[in-house]
Ligand binder design. Sequence first.
Ligand SMILES: Nc1ncnc2c1ncn2[C@@H]1O[C@H](COP(=O)(O)OP(=O)(O)OP(=O)(O)O)[C@@H](O)[C@H]1O
Ligand SMILES: [Mg+2]
Length: 220
Amino acid sequence: MLNVKNLTKTFDRQNRHFDAVHEVNFSMKGGDFCVLTGPSGCGKSTFFHLLCGITKADGGEVFFDKKDICKLSDKELAALRAEKISYVLQGDSLLPNFTVLENICLPHQLSCGRTDLEKKAMELLSHFGLEAMANDYPSNLSGGERRRVAIARAFVHDPKLIIADEPTSDLDEENTAMIIDFFQQQAKQGKAILISTHDLSCLRPGMIRYQMEKGCMKKA
Ligand SMILES: Nc1ncnc2c1ncn2[C@@H]1O[C@H](COP(=O)(O)OP(=O)(O)OP(=O)(O)O)[C@@H](O)[C@H]1O
Ligand SMILES: [Mg+2]
C-alpha cells in the first residue's frame, strides 16, 4: 500500500542545511500496525507530513497504491487525504466553532459530499466514551477528549491508511490502552496504521517497530 524510497527533507536554520528526514526507506501494507519512536526533533512529524503530501520532499519517492504522491497535484492530494489517507495531527486540530459531531462529519461532507457519516460518528464517540459530548464545542472538552474526537474523525469515513502523530500523548493510562486496542482491532480488519509515540507502554506484540534518529529511520 505504502512504499517510500530514499525520502529526504532538508530544512535551513541559521544558514545551515540539515536533513530533518534523511534517505528513509519504508513500506507498509494493509493489516500492518507500525510504531515509530525517537527523540524529540528527530524528524517523526516531518516524515508523516511527507507521507501525506502536506510537505513536499526534496528527494525520494512516496508511492501510495503504486502512485507517486510527490507527482500529484494539490487537488489530487486533497482527494487522496479526503478518502484514503487520514492524518491525526500532533497538536490540537478541531475547529473551535463547530460541535464535536460537526468536527467529525463536516470535513468529509465538504471534501467528498458524504452525508451518511453521523451514525458511524456516534458509534465511534460511544466507543471512545464521548457520546454525551456530541453537541459540545471543543473548548468545553479536555485535551484528551479533543484528541479522541480527532481520532474518531480520522476513522469515520473508512480510510485505508491512518497516520497518527503521538495519538496518546494527552491520554491517561486507561484511554491509552483503549485507543491502542482500537488501532489494533482496525489493523486486524485490514487497515494500515502508523503512529509515533514517546510512550513505551503503547508497545504491544505484533507491532512493527521503527526507530528514528537525526532523520534516519531503521527497524527497531
Ligand atoms: N518548517 C521547518 N523549518 C525548519 N526546521 C524545521 C521545520 N519543521 C521542523 N523543523 C526541524 O526539523 C526537525 C524535525 O522536526 P519534527 O517536528 O519532525 O520532529 P519530531 O521527531 O516530530 O519531534 P517531537 O517528538 O518533538 O514531535 C527539528 O529539528 C525541527 O526543529
Ligand atoms: Mg512531532
